[in-house]
Design a protein around this ligand. Structure first.
Ligand code: ADP
Ligand code: MG
Length: 349
């Protein structure tokens, strides 16, 4: 962070309006549904015949991110993506975001510009408009709140409560990578704190570092479901870990689940680092979180439609609520799932 901060402008030099202008003057509007973006008392959105989906995430320094090893641009990007992931989990298309920040005077204007650069990059990649926000000061750390707005036809929306007995349980992509990426960053940060002259050992782990620092939202799945002619019966994004998300779908749908350890997709880097750090990789997938893949259920009759899709893996099936929510381990033993997902309100994670 420090090495590329050549010019340092204090926030007080610009004042609130100057700062907002500096941060938002490059923003482009891409969606016809954005009638008014930044610049008035409120933005105006035209949803026409669509239903509007709204979701917010609040990120606080020291709880959700550590500025020791998270580059500001990545932080901006990720703070947008985590919200778009929630919109994707409703099977809606993200269209607008608002961004609110509380910032202490230790931040320079240039540092905030880096955050916005990351946010703009995410907006560009996902075709989303940044239409407003708020800026205020913070006595302590940095706080970023992003609200995302999305749209879908009513019949396209997918909730958490529609899973039925015998449905197949599926995930997109692979799991556990973001958690192992975090473990790597934390390990190297500890080494650096002990001896600042030691260079971090991050080679060979590009994929999991990217999973942690620059996650992507599965906004592509809506179109894939359309092409496959599949509508999930229930869906949510995997932000807290597979285990707690499966339990959410099951409790909301009034069903149970069996998922199979051998079927849970994991990348080789995830498995390699887990082995190196003496962590069972399935634990990274079950409890790690922040992978931002989608967990969904489909009727068993749709198996042929999804079975060969490279982005989709069937990891189990829905059972009667009386059978509980269980992981079938490699040897065949059933282990009850627990919601040890990443939870910032708990003391430990
Ligand atoms: P108000 O006094 O009505 O809160 P502001 O002066 O805070 O208005 O904001 C002026 C305009 O700039 C509004 O359109 C607002 O949505 C936008 N805005 C303010 N802060 C941010 C921010 N951090 N990011 C993006 N847009 C912002
Ligand atoms: Mg304001």
């Amino acid at each position: 962070m420090a090495d590329n901060e050549r010019k340092v402008t204090s926030i007080s030099e610009l004042g609130e309006f100057g700062l907002i202008d500096r941060l938002t003057n490059k923003i482009k509007i891409r969606n016809a549904s954005t009638l008014k973006g930044i610049g008035d008392d409120a933005a105006i959105i035209d949803a026409k015949e669509k239903k509007v989906v709204i979701t917010t995430d609040l990120l606080t320094e020291g709880i959700h991110f550590n500025l020791m090893y998270v580059p500001l641009k990545h932080l901006g990007y990720k703070s947008v993506v985590v919200n778009l992931s929630d919109v994707a989990a409703m099977n809606a298309v993200p269209t607008q975001i608002t961004v609110s920040i509380a910032v202490s005077s230790k931040f320079s204007v240039e540092a905030l510009e880096q955050i916005y650069e990351g946010m703009n990059l995410a907006c560009e990649k996902y075709g989303v408009d940044l239409v407003g926000g708020d800026t205020t000061s913070s006595m302590t750390g940095l706080v970023i709140s992003v609200t995302a707005i999305g749209m879908a036809r009513e019949e396209e929306l997918v909730y958490r409560n529609g899973a039925q007995k015998n449905d197949l349980i599926c995930v997109t992509g692979d799991l556990g990578g973001a958690y192992m990426g975090l473990n790597l960053l934390e390990r190297e940060n500890r080494v650096f704190k002990d001896n600042p002259n030691v260079q971090p050992q991050l080679e060979g782990y590009n994929y999991i570092l990217e999973r942690q620092l620059k996650p992507e939202a599965r906004t592509d799945m809506k179109k894939i479901f359309e092409e496959l002619k599949v509508k999930p019966t229930a869906m949510m994004d995997i932000s807290d870990g597979l285990s707690s998300e499966v339990m959410h779908i099951c409790s909301d749908s009034g069903v149970g689940a069996k998922i199979y350890e051998e079927k849970v997709p994991m990348d080789n880097e995830t498995k390699d680092l887990a082995e190196e750090m003496h962590i069972n990789p399935i634990v990274a997938a079950l409890n790690g979180g922040e992978d931002y893949e989608l967990l969904f259920t489909v009727p068993i009759a749709d198996h042929d439609k999804i079975r060969n899709h490279p982005d989709i893996t069937v990891i189990g099936h829905i059972v009667d609520a009386s059978e509980g929510t269980n992981l079938v381990a490699m040897g065949g033993t059933e282990i009850e799932l627990t919601a040890q997902g990443w939870n910032s309100l708990k003391d430990e994670k």
